[in-house]
Design a protein around this ligand. Structure first.
Ligand code: TYD
Ligand code: MG
Length: 462
């Protein structure tokens, strides 16, 4: 019997199977296997080992020449920082994000700036016609209008254009629209996307062209279909934010050329994305010393960020009561509620509880625990926390299950940021080194005592 020449590829994880089944045994997703032709080995017979190849010569890493990479600065500082200093020539960046978040806007602006700086650029649009791309560029200004654009979905045509144009930076918007002729399957399927991305990568590396692949995300938040792409590319950026709000953040999930902890903050305006250079002022500027409100000194990557955490506690009419968390982890809120009820705080078992990080920011670090605890206690009492001179109280710290406060990283930078805005002393777990302006509390109980004390919290002794 002739062997079947096709396999079944999981659209979620990219695993290849010989038979169809309802559930991918690789990732456990249902209904994701799609038939596609199998890649044939280059030579019909014989394995790779059978052919005698000359052995390579490994060399100690210290003797490997490390060329200085001249980065292509996009001129958008928030983006450059997340990239680790700019685009690396010959690298592949995957930019994921929900529809309408601003991926085309961001990449259009970046190419415009690169073009203005004298680099050769190319914008390939598979989703929109050149006229539609122009409409957006009109809103972005002269630099974006000067970007050469190509409305094309054929992979082969895009590769040929790359070869002839030899751009320094190219954006492909989006990778899911590229259609490789040799491959069956609809554009956007795993086979197609993988084929397109690896072909583009080969050309990009050879021509030393930095390529940004724009990718769609599924409603679960993963880059649609090709999780395989995340392994292939050098850098995975995620553009997120709520569409109703104007704030957007770019984070790196993976970066071979920089740290993954950096976050760039943008605001969508009528003339495109505007960098938010001082996010603390934006997010905590409106905080006031009212019941249920506290300022959290959080960290976004290597940058301290002040955000306002608000809580509301209201008598409930339903069982179980509502627990609504926006911008913080729901499980951590549940943990903080439990610790409060056992270690000196109010028991909120009979109340609806809402916690919200103002401005649509998401803080996912344990250092937010104390702010949640204090905001809840303050909302429950209906009493504002005692900041200095009528200013809101600033705090940070992780809450342990035994009611102790645990130190979190970068205490000094968090406190410094709060002091910059005239908020302080900052209520926090004791730091290992001396930090001016930090008011230490060992436990949640102690922190609650200090936070409601009229006047200011005690500052760490010199
Ligand atoms: P877009 O970049 O097309 O998003 P994506 O490529 O991620 O799908 O832009 C998204 C939204 O941004 C769009 O609804 C219109 C809005 N927008 C502005 O508010 N101001 C602007 O200057 C531009 C270009 C877009
Ligand atoms: Mg778009």
């Amino acid at each position: 019997m002739a062997r079947s020449r096709s396999s079944y590829f999981c659209q979620s994880c990219g695993n290849e199977w010989l038979t169809w089944s309802g559930r991918c045994a690789g990732c456990g997703e249902w209904n994701t296997l799609v038939e596609a032709p199998r890649a044939e080995p280059a030579s019909g017979k014989g394995t790779r080992l059978a052919k005698r190849a000359a052995p390579g010569t490994p060399i100690p890493l210290r003797d490997v020449a490390s060329p200085e990479v001249a980065r292509l600065r996009t001129g958008i500082d928030e983006l450059d920082r997340v990239l680790g200093g700019g685009l690396v020539p010959g690298s592949l960046v995957l930019l994921g994000g929900a529809p309408g978040i601003g991926k085309s806007t961001l990449t259009g602006m970046a190419l415009g700036n690169l073009g203005t700086a004298g680099h050769r650029v190319l914008y390939v649009s598979g989703e929109e016609s050149a006229a539609q791309v122009r409409l957006r560029a009109e809103r972005l200004g002269e630099a974006a209008l000067a970007v050469p654009a190509l409305a094309e979905t054929s992979l082969e045509a895009v590769l040929a254009t790359l070869e002839s144009e030899r751009p320094d930076a190219c954006v492909i918007d989006s990778v899911q629209t590229l259609n490789a002729e040799g491959m069956s399957g609809a554009p956007g399927s795993v086979g197609q996307v993988r084929e397109a991305a690896s072909a583009v990568m080969e050309v990009a590396k050879r021509l030393d062209c930095a390529v940004v692949l724009v990718g769609h995300v599924t409603k679960e938040g993963a880059v649609a279909g090709p999780r395989v792409l995340e392994h292939l590319v050098d850098c995975v950026l995620f553009f997120e934010g709520e569409r109703e709000r104007s704030f957007r953040t770019v984070r790196a999930l993976k970066n071979r050329f920089g740290a993954t902890s950096e976050v760039g903050v943008f605001e969508m305006r009528s003339g495109g994305l505007v960098e938010v250079v001082d996010p603390s002022a934006r997010f905590a500027g409106e905080a006031s010393a009212t019941a249920g409100s506290v300022v959290l000194c959080s960290m976004e990557g290597t940058r301290p960020l002040l955000v306002e955490v608000q809580a509301l506690v209201a008598p409930t009419e339903i069982v179980p009561p509502r627990r609504v968390a926006n911008g913080i982890d729901r499980n951590r809120m549940a943990m903080v509620l439990a610790v409060l009820s056992r270690h000196g705080g109010p028991s909120l078992a009979g109340a609806d509880v809402f916690v919200n990080v103002a401005g649509g920011v998401r803080v996912e670090e344990p250092g937010a625990d104390l702010a949640v605890a204090l905001a809840l206690a303050s909302a429950h009492r209906g009493e504002p926390l005692a900041g200095t001179d009528g200013r809101p109280l600033a705090c940070f710290g992780e809450v342990g299950l035994t009611g102790e406060l645990r130190a979190v990283g970068h205490a000094e930078r968090r406190v410094a940021e709060a002091l910059k805005f005239g908020l302080g002393p900052v209520l926090a777990p004791p730091a290992s080194e001396r930090v001016d302006g930090l008011a230490p509390a060992q436990t949640v109980r102690a922190a609650l005592g200090d936070a409601f004390m009229p006047g200011r919290p005690r500052v760490q002794a010199a």
